[in-house]
Design a binder for this molecule. Structure first.
Ligand SMILES: Cc1cc2nc3c(=O)[nH]c(=O)nc-3n(C[C@H](O)[C@H](O)[C@H](O)COP(=O)(O)O)c2cc1C
Length: 419
C-alpha cells in the first residue's frame, strides 16, 4: 500500500519544502484556514475516528472539543518526547516527512483557535529540533506561518522546545511544567490541560503521529480516512518492531493488521532456531503476552488495534512491538524494565518512587539467583500496592511487565528462587 504517514518511503526528498509543495503540501492547511470553520474541522476529525497515537488511544476530535471557548488564549502542544523504550516512529516522521507533520500541527492549531503551537522534543533529539527550526523558518518565509495567513485574520507561530532527556516529560502535565521552565513533574488532575494547561490556559496535547494524520483527513474527509483500519480503530498506525526479529524497523499498516503479518511477514520472523515466547506490544510499559503452543495461533491472528490486543491480555499503547524469543527468561526482562522505570521515576509521589526502588532490589535479587519464593511474592505485592495509587501513569506502567511476567511465566521464577 502507499503510505499516508511515511510518504518519504514513496516520494524521495519529501522532507524538502519544494518537493512537499509539489505533492500537495500545505494545500490542506490553506483549505482549512480559507474555507473551513474551526468547528467543521473538529467535527470532521471526530467523525474520522482518529485516536491519539501517544499511547492512550483517546479520540482526538473529542479531546479538542473539551477546550472552553470562554477562556483564551488556547495552545497546541505536540508531544515529541518519544521516550518509551521500543518506540522510534515519531523521530522518523519528523526527520523524513517534517512538513506533513508541521502542517498537521498547524491544522490542529487552527481547529482549536490557537495562535501559538509548541513542539516539545526529548533532549536527545537536539538535531531533530534544529532541523524542525529550519523547516519552521522556511514555512514562515513561504507564508504558511506568521500574521494574517492566506489573507485571513488568522495568525500562527510555531516553536520547538527541547527537554533534558527525561521519560516523565512525555507525560503531558510534566511536559507542560517543563515548557514553563519548571522541574518536569506531573500535575495533580483535575483540572485537566484542556481547561488549565500551558501557562494556565486551555491546551491540546497530541502526539506527533496523531497530528501527522490531519492533512490526509482534511483532504479525503472522515470517510476517506475510515477506508483504513477497523470500525472502532480507524486509520493507519506505525508499528515500531524491535527485539528478536530478523527485520526490525518501523512499519505503517492499517490498524487491525495481525501480529503474524507484522512479525512473520514484514519482520521476517525470528532468527534461525529461535522460538517466539513473548510479545510486549507497548514497549516497556506492556503487559507481557505469553506465546506458547497453546496460544500461538490465537495471538498471531489477533488484530493489532485498540480493542483486540486487550483480548490477549495487553494494550496496543504506542504500538512499539518488542519480540522476545526463548533465550530470554522473564526475570531478565523485568529486571531490565524496572531498571529503566526506577531511573525515570520523577520521585514526586511516594508509591512510584519507593515502589520502583524496591522493585529494582527485588528483580535484581531474583535475576541474580539470590532470592527466595517469598521475594517473588513480595515483588508482586509491591507492584499491586502501586497500581492505581500513583500521581501519573508511570507508576502503573512500571508494574505491568512485573505482574504479568510472574503470573504468566511462573516457571521462570520457580527456576530462579531458592527453596
Ligand atoms: C510516563 C509517561 C510517558 C509518556 N510518554 C509519551 C511520549 O513520549 N509521547 C507521547 O506522545 N505520549 C506520551 N505519553 C502520553 C501523554 O501523556 C499523552 O497522553 C499524549 O501525548 C496525548 O497525545 P495523543 O492523544 O495524540 O495520544 C506518556 C504518558 C506517560 C504517563
Amino acid at each position: 500500500m502507499t503510505h499516508l504517514l511515511f510518504r518519504h518511503r514513496d516520494i524521495p526528498e519529501i522532507n524538502k519544502l519544494q518537493v512537499y509543495q509539489k505533492n500537495g503540501g500545505f494545500a490542506n492547511f490553506k483549505k482549512a484556514v480559507t474555507s473551513l470553520q474551526p468547528k467543521q474541522i473538529v467535527d470532521e476529525v471526530k467523525a474520522s475516528g482518529l485516536r491519539g497515537r501517544g499511547g492512550a488511544g483517546f479520540p482526538t476530535g473529542v479531546k479538542w472539543s473539551f477546550l472552553p471557548d470562554t477562556i483564551w488564549p488556547h495552545y497546541v502542544v505536540c508531544n515529541a518526547d518519544e521516550s518509551e523504550p521500543g518506540t522510534f516512529k515519531d523521530r522518523e516522521i519528523m526527520e523524513s516527512n517534517p512538513f506533513q507533520f508541521l502542517e498537521g500541527v498547524a491544522i490542529a492549531c487552527y481547529a482549536v483557535g490557537a495562535n501559538e503551537g509548541y513542539v516539545y522534543l526529548r533532549g536527545e533529539f537536539f538535531e531533530v529540533a534544529k532541523f524542525l527550526d529550519q523547516c519552521i523558518a522556511e514555512m514562515e518565509k513561504a507564508g504558511y506561518l506568521g500574521d494574517r495567513l492566506f489573507g485571513t485574520e488568522y495568525s500562527l507561530r510555531l516553536k520547538t522546545h527541547l527537554g533534558a532527556g527525561a521519560y516523565i516529560c512525555g507525560e503531558e502535565t510534566a511536559l507542560l511544567e517543563s515548557i514553563e521552565g519548571k522541574r518536569g513533574q506531573p500535575r495533580l488532575r483535575p483540572p485537566f490541560p484542556a481547561v488549565v494547561g500551558l501557562y494556565g490556559k486551555p491546551t491540546v496535547i497530541n502526539n506527533v503521529e496523531t497530528l501527522t494524520n490531519l492533512p490526509y483527513i482534511i483532504e479525503h474527509g472522515a470517510a476517506g480516512y475510515r477506508q483504513f483500519g477497523t470500525e472502532k480503530s480507524p486509520g493507519v498506525k506505525i508499528f515500531s518492531l524491535s527485539g528478536n526479529v530478523n527485520k526490525p524497523g518501523n512499519y505503517e499498516l492499517p490498524l487491525g493488521a495481525t501480529f503474524r503479518e507484522l512479525i512473520f511477514g514484514l519482520g521476517g520472523g525470528l532468527p534461525e532456531g529461535r522460538k517466539l515466547r513473548a510479545i510486549m506490544p507497548a514497549g516497556a510499559s506492556s503487559s507481557i503476552i505469553r506465546v506458547d503452543n497453546a496460544s500461538f495461533e490465537r495471538v498471531m491472528d489477533t488484530p493489532m488495534d485498540y480493542e483486540n490486543v486487550q483480548n490477549v491480555g495487553s494494550l496496543l499503547g504506542s504500538a512499539s512491538v518488542i519480540v522476545i524469543d526463548d533465550s530470554h527468561p522473564m526475570d531478565w526482562v523485568i529486571n531490565k524494565t524496572i531498571h529503566f522505570f526506577k531511573h525515570e521515576s520523577c520521585g514526586k509521589c511516594t508509591p512510584c518512587r519507593d515502589g520502583n526502588y524496591w522493585m529494582q532490589h527485588l528483580t535484581e535479587r531474583i535475576h541474580e539467583g539470590h532470592a527466595t519464593e517469598k521475594d517473588v511474592v513480595l515483588l508482586k505485592s509491591v507492584a499491586g500496592q502501586m497500581l492505581g495509587k500513583c500521581l501519573c501513569a508511570l507508576g502503573d506502567f512500571s508494574t505491568m511487565a512485573v505482574t504479568t511476567a510472574i503470573e504468566r511465566f511462573p516457571e521462570d521464577f520457580e527456576k530462579k528462587v531458592k527453596a
